[in-house]
Design a binder for this molecule. Sequence first.
Ligand SMILES: C[S@@+](CC[C@H](N)C(=O)[O-])C[C@H]1O[C@@H](n2cnc3c(N)ncnc32)[C@H](O)[C@@H]1O
Length: 238
Amino acid sequence: MNKYPRTEKYESKIIEENWMGPNPLQLLEELCTNMKLSSGMKVLDMGCGKGLTSIFLAKEFGVTVFANDLWIDPTENLERFRLAGVSDKVFPIHAEAHDLPYAKGFFDAAISIDSYHYYGADEIYFPCTFSKLVKSGGQFGIVCPGLMQEFKKGYPETHKTFWHEDMFSFHSADWWRNLWEKTEIADIITCYNIPDPKAIWYPWAHWSKEHLGFKDVEFLNADTENQITLFAMIAVKK
Ligand SMILES: C[S@@+](CC[C@H](N)C(=O)[O-])C[C@H]1O[C@@H](n2cnc3c(N)ncnc32)[C@H](O)[C@@H]1O
């Protein structure tokens, strides 16, 4: 049985034209199995990239989405939302994660796919910024690349050639759970490593090698001990 039936409905050509990492729709579908999203909710899609996940949220759950990103031009995203027929439900916003234009408690949920680790590994980001965006009883859901366990002696020798500075925010699921749990702002509903993460990551790795010259294939191959993963965390604001 296909694990991600909702994602199957979307053309792989469209996904491949717009993904910026391991299949964001599969990661979002995984996340949504543990979230409660329904028509009329306002959802923040943080680091939405080219907006695939924002389109998916609007189409699959009927929610209103604020598609927030830094690197991608919001006018380009608007065109994608028009083409997908969701421009009445998905609003493209250009904003940096520490300088967001939203009122406190505005959102019913805030999600982030393959983006939160760029800014959210900072100890104060969740308590001072991200948590404030969502109302009491609202949900948070993130999926990021991570580690099966914290490295005790630096990154493994086999990873050396492929390790970039921004990967130092890769952490274990327990590390992320503790980062949010200790703030006592939210109850963690679940925090886990997605099973068989490389089955999701390799298709992107091969595509990005061919089209962008990225080295994800070599990086994943070098991870002989399977220490690299993708984790999901969901929490509800108290
Ligand atoms: C690897 S891409 C993933 C994009 C998309 N979620 C996907 O999976 O295709 C990471 C995204 O995070 C966003 N991002 C990174 N740092 C950010 C920051 N400081 N503030 C807002 N967005 C940020 C980038 O603009 C980028 O689109």
